[in-house]
Every structure is written in structure tokens, then in C-alpha cells.
Design a protein around this ligand. Sequence first.
Ligand SMILES: [Zn+2]
Length: 466
Amino acid sequence: MDLLDLRFVQALSSELRDGVRIVKAEVLVQPVECPLCKAADPYRHDSREQEFADAPIRGQPVRIQFQRRRYRCRDCGKTFFEPLQGFSAKRNMTRRLVHYIARDSLIRTFADVARDVAVDVQTVRGVFQDFSEWLRENHPIATPRIMGIDEAKRAKVLCTVLTDLERREYFDMLPSRKAKPLNDYLRKMPDKDRVEVVAMDLHQGFVTAIARHMPKAIRVADRYHIARLAQNAFDKAHVAARKELPTGERLAMFRKRGLLALRDRRLTESERAQVAAVLSPFPLLLATYESKEAFLTIYEAKDRQQADHALTRWLERLPVEISVYFRELTSAVSNNREIILNYFDRRYTNAFTEAANGISKLLQRTGRGYGFEVMRVKLLYGKRGQVVDLTNYDNDEGPPAGQYGYAMGMVASSGRKAGTTSGKPQRRGPAFSRVDRLIGEGYYDVGNDAIAKELTPLIDQFAASA
Ligand SMILES: [Zn+2]
């Protein structure tokens, strides 16, 4: 068998030069017609030396060198090279090298892949970028009807994550949370008229970009994000109260912190008594606790009108002495009251914490030495990556921090409260393989080729058309 095993190419000689296998070869077929005007019988014009990179043979990077013949058309006078099969039309490399790079970039760093095939990192990155764009074009992910927009931290950089809250899948990711890339993206987003609802936190860049590019979509503030602002108010008051105490008492108060973070109505009688005992010496802290609880109760409103009234009443009754702790919340209310109240018309939420925690964990794991694009492809096209677990998500506190993977969002039950039918938390969505378990299994680890295996049919298609 020929060393190269490429159709219509014959290896003539082979030598090792600086660790790279150089194969001199010739093309065995001649053109019978002009590729441009189809005129028959073009004639030999001249030849040029050309070099192509190929996939490694026995661990050695390979270069194929041709003295490649050039022909001229008798009719149109254009010149063209003899035809090659199995070579990329875009880059000086074989299609099987394109395949090799696309596949291995999913499991190793660009730098490692580049070293193994003796091309520069930019070329590897470029091939992977081509693959990513090819996926976007040929296997587009349908624009969601109910979209979630969220942020996640990758290393120390914030990313924007777009999700399909109905299908509970990733829709897309941007390597930044800045307004400009988001606006550029949304401007070009296909079928954006399809988006009816966008669940979001109230990051101002999101709020204005969605309004601008999807004016008909209803923006809904994620209730868990808003609830967190209320909880933050209490935490601030708690810190302030603790600072006034001698060290021993500070510690005792700190121990009660878990209890204080629970919703009041979830407490047992004895726990409620403990909370009252902890809070009673601190009138401001107690007032903050009560205001926080009162705010969270607004979310029990039956409809928008009721919620609207309750919110007005809450703002009126907020004691001025503790308003400083609630500033984040009250400014969110005054800036984006409509978006907060929209929740009572369209009860969608964005699993904010879970998304932020889980995706960040994942990004840390896959992020080492990877391009953002690799991670995006893994998450969007690795089908296990799209599995979303919403177990126990539908409750007032949101998910316990760090306990769950990265549920992307859910449809809140309208009217009926979760967890009340069986006494146990309701299971929603696919109750299997949590993403944190996938992380634990090393699914996204460097060197784990599970995703590469999954994507091989797509890589085959891509390389065949490269
Ligand atoms: Zn011609």
C-alpha cells in the first residue's frame, strides 16, 4: 500500500527532516476539461512546488510535496492546477488533517494539537473556527420561543449564556458580557421574531439590548435573582449587626446564619423561636428580616395587579432606617419595575444561581488552555452537555448553592405551589445525569474523548466538505 493512501496520489520518496516526515508525491490524474468553461483537452503549462500538511503517520507530522502541474485552457486561456482529491479547498492541508484537528481540538489544547501536526496554533484555531461556523450554518440550533439570558464566569471573564427555557438546552454562548458583542450578536440572530419571552437578571446591558433588538419580546426579571437582592439586604444588615458585637457573640451569631437564610415559613416552631431570639436584641436587623420576608411574599401574588399593589405597599412601608440595605433592590424596582412585574403575566424564570455556579464550574474545567469556541461547541453540540436537571428547583429559595449542576431554567408552576402535592419537592424536567455528575465523571476533562466520539459524525461531514 502507498505510504500516503490518498486517491490518485502516489508517494515517490519519504524522508525525516527535523522530526517531520516529508513525502514527495505526484498526482496521477490529469484534467480532461477546463474546470471553468468545460472546454476539452487543456494543455500542460508549467509546474510549481506545493506543500500540504497531512495527518501524522506513526506519530510523526507529515508534509506532502508535489511538483504540481499547471494547465492552460485552449478556449478561455485560464490556468489551473491538476486536480487533487482529499485535500482542503481552503487550506494547504489534507481533509483528513482537517478532521484530525477538529476532533483533537475537542480533547487537547490547540497548542498540543499544533505541535503534533507541526502547524502553527493560529492554523489549528482557524480550522476549529471553520468547524464551529460550519456547525452554526449546517446544524443551527432553533431560536427559542422562551429565551433565557444569563451570565457565567469563565476563569475571571464573564460570558453571556443564552438558553432555550422550553427545551432546557443551551442556545448559544458569547465570550463576553459586554454590551457591544451582545448587540452585534442579537442584530444578526436568525428568527429573532420567534422569541416571545426573555427571562433575565437585570444587568443593564441585557435589559437594553433585548429591548432594542427584540422589541416585541416580553422581558421577565428572574425571580430568584430578585429574591437574592432581598436576601443580600438582610446579609448586609447581618454583617453590620455582627460588627457591633464582641468576638464570642459574633461567632454564635454566625452559626445561626444558615437558619436566617431560610424563608420564615419553612422554619419549624423551634427554629422560628431561635431566629426570634437571635434577632430580638437587634431592632434594625429584625426590621430588615421582616422587610425581606415581606418582599418575598410579594411573589405569592395571584396576578400582576395584586403584585403591583403589594410592591407599592412594600416600598411605602420600608423603614427609612434600613433602606440603605435594600438600595440594590429598590433601585432595581425603580429602574425595571415593569420587567419585575412581567413575571406575574409570564411566569418564567432563569435558573440564575445554578447557571452561574454550574456553568462556571464547567468553564473552569474545560477552560484550561482551550479556546472559548471549543467549549461552546462542546456545550452546544455534546448532547449530554445539554441535559438539564431541574430537580427541586421550583422553590422560593432557588437551588441550594453549589448542590446542583446548571439547570438552565424552568417554567414556574402558575397558581399551584411546588412541593405541595406529595410533601416532597416536585421533580421537573429530565431527572437524570446532572451536569455536575458529568463533571465528576470527567466528561468535560482534558483528554476525555467522550464528546469527540459523540461529535465524530459531524466532524466527518465537516471534513468532507472542507
Ligand atoms: Zn476554459
